[in-house]
Ligand binder design. Sequence first.
Ligand code: FES
Length: 166
Amino acid sequence: MAADVKAGETAEELQRIVNHYPGEKRYILAIMQDVQGEFKYLPKEGLEMIAAHVNVPLSRVYSMATFYKAFSLVPKGRINFKVCDGTACHIKGSNVLIDQIYQHLGIKPGETTADGEFSLETVNCIGACALAPALVANERVHPKVTSAGIIEIIKSYGGLADATDN
Ligand code: FES
């Protein structure tokens, strides 16, 4: 698990983002979006700053952060796999892909590998049902992924270094 926000520059950057907005509740989501955009997740320290800034309990900010799937409370990997788990992809075996990723990388949805290389999440329909089951690696869509294909995809992003290449 990556370290919490380090003191210094990161905290300053968080504070700068938070202070950019008036201290009103209606800006909570906007601030969280900016923090997520900058850090690719919502550091605990950032949530604390937001709660203090708009004067609401930290629990309220947490519940908003966990309600919206776009937000992450843990750092995402260099490569973030999104397995579509909408109806079409589910029927075509998205759970097999999730299982395969767990078998090979040891991560479940919402988790990141210890080296920070890969993270996994599930998403609702990405609008490519004809390509089910679909997986998105960062911004790239991989169509009709098979359980063998997922291994090749992981390798193509630098994973499974110990596996045979040929
Ligand atoms: S259900 Fe996966 S793309 Fe539509």
